[in-house]
Design a protein around this ligand. Structure first.
Ligand code: ADP
Ligand code: MG
Length: 216
């Protein structure tokens, strides 16, 4: 079983729906330890992505769709998250290359490139209470799952489960990057909004992959 550009579009559409539905919750997390705009930032960015995606030809390869997400987020999402996630999608697109079908190893490459892009851009380490704390466990779980022979949908499910745990793991941490780092101990007890939204993004990938598998 492989995933194709229909899945990529479904993933991005689902992401747009989920971040829109969760925008108040994400902004509330950001109100606790930041400036309260994270949900609105992402909802605005993905609304623009959705609109621009309609201009792509039906047969656009996965990398072209992912690159459109990158450039749209970079140009429409202010704040830290826009350039960080933009770089993630840009690096993911580069990792996809010309591929039309994604197997388990391509899914691992996509997730790894996205995480590496975020780290390249933001220089956060694991445990700094950022979105990296969702992406890195996701990459590790995906790598292990693909190594054990899992299909792409199962690889993404293990990544999503790990990302959700990773997002929750930010709650007791002191932040060492971004606005939350100005708060010192006062950030303790609050979940990082970017880790939460990254968990939603990876879960949308897993949910849509599960549906693609059912249909094929
Ligand atoms: P801003 O902080 O500019 O208002 P957002 O609210 O949209 O931007 O995004 C905040 C999120 O960005 C944080 O929750 C955190 O996950 C992420 N973030 C901030 N700085 C970094 C960084 N250097 N590396 C990785 N992620 C970061
Ligand atoms: Mg903010």
């Amino acid at each position: 079983m492989t995933l194709d550009s229909t899945w990529v579009r479904a993933w991005i559409e689902r992401t747009a729906e989920v971040v829109t539905a969760e925008r108040h919750a994400l902004s509330e997390l950001d109100r606790q330890i930041g400036d309260g705009d994270h949900g609105e930032n992402l909802a605005r960015g993905f609304a623009a992505v959705r609109e621009r995606m309609t201009e792509l030809p039906d047969d656009a390869p996965p990398a072209v769709v992912v690159r459109l997400v990158a450039t749209t987020l970079i140009s429409t999402v202010g704040g830290a998250a826009g350039p960080l996630l933009g770089t993630a999608y840009l690096k993911a697109a580069a990792a996809l290359g010309e591929a039309r079908e994604l197997d388990s190893d391509s899914v691992v490459s996509l997730l790894t490139a996205a995480r590496d892009g975020i780290v390249l851009r933001g220089k956060a380490d694991s445990g700094d209470k950022t979105m990296v704390d969702a992406w890195t466990p996701a990459v590790e779980a995906a790598t292990e799952s693909a190594g054990a022979g899992a299909d792409p949908a199962a690889v993404l499910r293990s990544a999503a489960d790990a990302a959700a745990l990773g997002a929750a793991s930010t709650e007791p941490l002191v932040a060492r990057k971004g606005r939350a780092s100005y708060l010192g101990d006062r950030a303790v007890g609050h979940r990082d909004p970017g880790a939460q939204s990254s968990s939603l993004i990876i879960t949308a990938a897993a949910d849509t992959a599960a549906e693609s598998t059912k249909e094929s």
